[in-house]
Design a binder for this molecule. Structure first.
Ligand code: GDP
Length: 340
């Protein structure tokens, strides 16, 4: 059977067990429009990002890719068949690329199962298999397929509460989000003194700042409000109390606020990012993640591990310092850029 046909069939069987049909069709390139009574050419990946965005993503993942594929080629050096040794080496490569132990084990188990079933798997197929397994893992997390800065239509203003420790890139990420939302034609209100609108005096209580900001956003009929929270390193109880208080105060103005709790993590800290995700998810309900600084690091594998282990969608990734370098995370484009 022709390789592309086989791969498509395999993916179809695999994805048939998945629930999201939009993801399936995007993945497989099925449900293509029919023109002149003929379905258009099937493609495994439909292009979602613009050329510029794709280039930014490719560049942002360069360090991670180089390091990962160097290690991978060493792991299979002199081997033609995927055997126990290769799998052991692959496990090391994934763990040392910050994919995380649990996610690595999941990936290895899946590859083991394929090797057991197919009897012979050549090391030259390893890239392809890894790509499929990682794409499969990411497609199990229902994070939608957004490729641009969008807001739900029924929440106005849409309130985003941003959490995360100091230095991870919260301020920068909020600035970039505001820029992108504005570019998309939305009105944005921020709670930072440096960005106008609501003045925040030094040492002011974050909950009262959040209250004033929401009031101001409602009176301005804003589309989106982004609330930064204090980035101090807390113990769990203090953190929980502080975030609960901010939420309660927000709800006096908008009863179902915040609509999104975005945890910002610094991707370049690898395992530390996992730790912070653990602490914050224990302290409050985190609904989305932003992983920053992927451009400066070889630890980009952290995005795969964090998505898988916390089952919270990665919504944004930071792949540079420029305003355009915060991207809406799209798993299809991410896997495509990583493995191409
Ligand atoms: P905060 O303390 O969490 O508010 O962190 P900041 O927003 O002040 O960011 C800390 C540093 O990280 C700044 O120098 C930012 O320019 C840098 N930074 C944030 N995001 C990215 C990114 O995606 N890529 C790179 N290279 N640097 C980033």
């Amino acid at each position: 059977m022709e390789e592309a046909t086989f791969l498509r069939r395999w993916l179809f069987v695999f994805l048939s067990s998945q629930k999201n049909t939009v993801q399936k069709s995007l993945f497989l390139g099925i449900e293509q429009p029919i023109i002149n009574n003929r379905p258009q050419t099937m493609s495994l990946f439909r292009k979602i990002f613009s050329k510029e965005k794709k280039e930014t993503l490719d560049k942002g993942l360069e360090k991670t890719k180089t390091s990962f594929f160097d290690k991978l080629s060493k792991a299979v050096a002199g081997k033609s068949k995927v055997d126990d040794d290769v799998l052991d080496n692959l496990e090391e490569v994934l763990v040392s690329s910050d994919v995380g132990v649990n996610t690595t084990l999941k990936i290895i188990e899946r590859i083991e199962a394929r090797v057991a079933k197919d009897k012979y798997v050549g090391t030259d197929e390893l890239n392809k298999i890894l790509r499929e397994e990682i794409a499969g893992l990411l497609s199990e997390i229902d994070s939608g397929n957004a490729s641009d800065f969008e807001l739900p239509l029924d929440k106005k203003p849409y309130v985003v509460m941003v959490v995360g420790v100091n230095g991870v890139g919260k301020t920068t990420t909020i600035g970039k989000m505001a820029y992108q939302f504005k570019k998309a034609g939305k009105s944005v209100v921020l709670d930072r003194a440096d960005v106008t609108i609501v003045k925040q005096s030094m040492g002011s209580d974050p909950a009262s700042v959040a209250f004033d900001t929401l009031k101001s956003a409602v009176s301005q009929n804003a589309d989106v409000v982004i609330i930064d929270t204090a980035g101090r390193l807390h113990n769990k109880v203090n953190l929980m109390n502080e975030l609960t208080k901010i939420k309660r105060v927000m709800q006096k103005v908008i009863p179902d606020a915040p609509h999104e709790v975005l945890l910002v993590l610094d991707g370049s800290t690898g395992q530390n990012a996992f730790e912070q995700a653990k602490q914050f998810t224990a302290a409050t309900e985190v609904t989305s993640l932003a992983v920053t600084k992927l451009d400066g690091t070889a630890k980009g594998g952290v995005v795969i591990g964090i998505s898988d282990q916390f089952q919270i969608p990665v919504k944004y990734i930071g792949v540079g310092e420029g305003m355009e370098d915060l991207q809406v995370f799209n798993k299809f484009e991410f896997v495509d850029s990583f493995f191409k």
